[in-house]
Write a protein that binds this ligand. Structure first.
Ligand code: NOJ
Length: 553
């Protein structure tokens, strides 16, 4: 497929586009429903591209859109070379790619190499063919332990809860690091490796600009199957500092990364970003020359609203990236975590998963959360590297924490024996209009009902209001081009314990008051204020507010 001129021209530019991009994440089920069946789809996305252009973003990342039983929201793929019928068709994807390019934007898609769906033809063939068959070699089947083999082969735990092994009718067990519906592929198998080379090419040939690689720290397992030390059994085991975990972040997986990178390098100007949930010291390994172009930095997802935390995360990530010539990525929210407008309204140290289920919900200060979320995006958009925005962030959407348990779809809810409510509350469909059965998401009700407050937060409600969160995002993204995109220099400034402040290579300064008292004007730079996250009543900087100062005249 020919790529449009506007895209080709920039390929020769020395600054790779993805190093400074603003990437907008589309959770396709919940973005916009074009055909009226209650589920978001490609038609809905195509119809709303102008919203993204107006926002000023550079690229769209679309969550998995493949045929799938949607047991894990589409991260359970049946066919990597097609589109889920609820979302559209391959022809619709081609049209979307072309329309995205026509608008001068780029498109990343989500690739899921660690596992497939149990409904994938390979897994169905493996079940049918029985123990010892070549079909079983493409997955990880093993006999169980104990005299009757009725204990799992190892003590490994699934991320969504329970054992990472499920037993099939003939007595063998298969490995699934996530849900039981997501069997792990055996990446030691040459057919698996070849298949994914081909899948990469399939989409590259169709014109996608890159990939977000799911569970980039998975794939390779220690096939001698040691048990995991008991104190590392929970998900924190993913973030060990030394690559010694039997199924997370193993050194051998870098061979795969290099192989995929070689495939991408056959094409002009494409990129891949790793979803590698690893120890911060291990992250640079993923973005060495010849490996990923970028890796998500998830540390801000876990940070409290605290200048100390933000400072040390930003300083650490930026210096690690600079040391190896990589570009950082900044993420405040995504489809896997409580939205940051809600996180920042909770007391420091809150365990979000526990809070969702058990509360106490009255501790939530939604107004402070919304204010802090606005201040926070003025941080991520001003840092060197690329900023990822999750759909609805630009509307200041909160987590829908009070979803009734009957509507929950996240497999976590069942797998955790109803102890973890899961991620549905950040996946509620986007409100486009003030009214209507799904606030403009589609002509009828949405697959997951939205709360009444979504009308006031809709695009329609915010569009013409100069003080809205939507217009703050639009203005900030536009100003970012001149103030923060031209270089990758960062100097952290000391303006006090509760203040996050830094200066960029352009000379522009960012100051965020993360404390509870106003910051006196005398402590602020004397430069011109170009943007603030809240209206400034006097010259002091109020709590929970960010300011961008222009470079000195
Ligand atoms: C990470 C994805 O972001 C998440 O949504 C999914 O459940 C797991 N990987 C498993 O694919």
């Amino acid at each position: 497929m020919n790529r449009p001129e506007s895209i080709q021209t920039e390929q020769s530019s020395s600054a790779a586009w993805w190093r400074r991009a603003v990437v907008y994440q589309v959770y396709i089920r919940s973005f916009a429903d074009g055909d009226g069946d209650g589920t978001g789809d490609l038609a809905g996305l195509r119809a709303r591209l102008d919203h993204l252009v107006e926002l000023g973003i550079d690229a769209v990342w679309v969550n998995p859109w493949y045929p799938s039983p949607l047991a894990d929201g589409g991260y359970d793929v049946v066919d990597h070379r097609d589109i889920h019928p609820d979302f559209g068709t391959l022809a619709g994807a081609d049209a979307l790619i072309a329309e995205v390019h026509d608008r001068g934007l780029r498109i990343l898609i989500d690739l899921v190499p660690n596992h497939t769906s149990i409904e994938h033809p390979w897994f169905q063939a493996a079940l049918g063919a029985g123990p010892g068959s070549p079909e079983r070699q493409r997955y990880i089947f093993r006999n169980g332990r104990g005299p009757d083999g009725d204990e799992p082969p190892t003590n490994w735990r699934a991320v969504f809860g329970g054992s990472a092994w499920t037993r099939v009718d003939d007595g063998q067990w298969y490995l699934h690091i996530f849900d039981t519906s997501q069997p792990d592929l055996n990446w030691q198998h040459p057919e698996v490796r070849d298949e994914f080379d081909d899948i990469f090419r399939f989409w590259l040939d169709r014109g996608v600009d890159g990939f977000r690689i799911d569970v980039a720290h998975g794939m390779i397992k220690d096939l001698s199957f040691p048990d995991v030390a008991v104190d590392r059994l929970d998900e924190r085991g993913q973030r060990t500092p030394d690559g010694s975990h039997p199924h997370w972040d193993r050194d051998e997986l870098h061979v795969l990364i290099r192989r995929w990178r070689a495939v991408l390098d056959d094409y002009d100007d494409r990129m891949m970003v790793a979803e590698a949930n690893v120890h911060p010291d291990r992250l640079p390994l993923y973005v060495r020359p010849g490996e990923y172009h970028q890796s998500f930095n998830f540390d801000l997802l876990k940070a409290d609203w605290s200048a100390d935390d933000f400072r040390s995360i930003i300083d650490g990530a930026a210096s690690r990236a600079a040391a190896i010539g990589a570009a950082s990525t900044w993420v405040l929210s995504n489809h896997d975590i409580v939205r940051h407008a809600t996180r920042y309204g909770l007391p420091p140290g809150t365990d979000y998963e526990r809070w969702l289920l058990d509360g106490p919900h009255e501790v939530l200060d939604a107004e402070a959360g919304a204010r802090r979320a606005r201040a926070a995006v003025m941080v991520t958009l001003a840092l060197p590297g690329s900023a990822y925005i999750y759909q609805g962030d630009e509307l200041g959407l909160p987590e829908v924490w009070d979803l009734p348990i009957e509507v929950l779809e996240d497999p976590t809810w069942e797998r955790s024996n109803h102890t973890v409510k899961g991620r549905d509350g950040c996946r509620v469909p986007i409100p486009w209009a003030k009214d209507g059965p799904s606030f403009g998401f589609g002509p009828g009700p949405a697959w997951l009902a939205q709360p009444p407050i979504f009308g006031d937060l809709s695009v329609e409600a915010q569009d013409g209001d100069p003080s809205s969160t939507l217009n703050l995002y639009r203005t900030a993204i536009s100003l970012r081009r001149d103030l923060f995109r031209r270089d990758e220099e960062l100097e952290i400034l000391d303006l006090g314990t509760d203040v996050l402040a830094f200066r960029r290579g352009s000379g522009a300064t960012v100051v965020v008051n993360m404390g509870s008292a106003p910051l006196p004007a005398a402590d602020l730079p004397a430069d011109e204020i170009v943007l603030s996250s809240e209206p400034l009543i006097d010259t002091d900087l109020p709590p929970d507010t960010s300011i961008w100062f222009a470079p000195p005249a």
